[in-house]
Write a protein that binds this ligand. Structure first.
Ligand code: THU
Length: 136
């Protein structure tokens, strides 16, 4: 499955070009691979209230859900940073609830910088199991 990862990072780089980040200047792209091999992208979209900003990762997964996708394998995230840029806490929660234990591939404009499983980034998650509603 690693074979397609470069394509996924490239898709995240392309999505990043659409980021709307006039306040932070920090542009992020995300590309989500569905279980049947489709790629759904997102970028961060900021707002003057700042608090209504949506991150690239959440936009990608909400977009995918809105298009009928329900099973996901991995997510690539790209920012123009030397260090890996992992997803924020809010995104980890949403990714876990909709994507389960995704593979998270981090990259910058040139290369992959790190790779994690989401369960490494979000140990001991709160999810529907705790509401008595199934496996997570
Ligand atoms: N941002 C993302 O899109 N994803 C992340 O993983 C971290 C932060 C965005 C939100 C905001 O527009 C900008 O980056 C600075 O926080």
């Amino acid at each position: 499955m690693n074979v397609i990862t470069p394509h996924l990072l490239d898709a995240a780089r392309q999505a990043r070009l659409h980021a709307h980040a006039p306040f932070s200047g920090f542009c992020v792209g995300a590309a989500l691979e569905t279980h049947d091999g489709q790629i759904i992208t997102g970028c961060n979209v900021e707002n003057a209230t700042l608090g209504l900003t949506i991150c690239a990762e959440r936009l990608a997964i909400f977009k995918a859900i809105s298009e009928g996708h329900r099973r996901f394998d991995r997510l690539a995230i790209v920012a123009d940073t030397a260090e890996p840029t992992p997803p924020c806490g809010a995104c980890r929660q949403i990714l876990w609830e909709f994507g389960g234990d995704l593979e998270i591939v981090l990259g910058n404009l040139l290369s992959e910088t790190a790779r994690f499983s989401l369960s490494d980034l979000l140990p001991h998650p709160f999810d529907r199991r705790l509401l008595g509603q199934g496996d997570g």
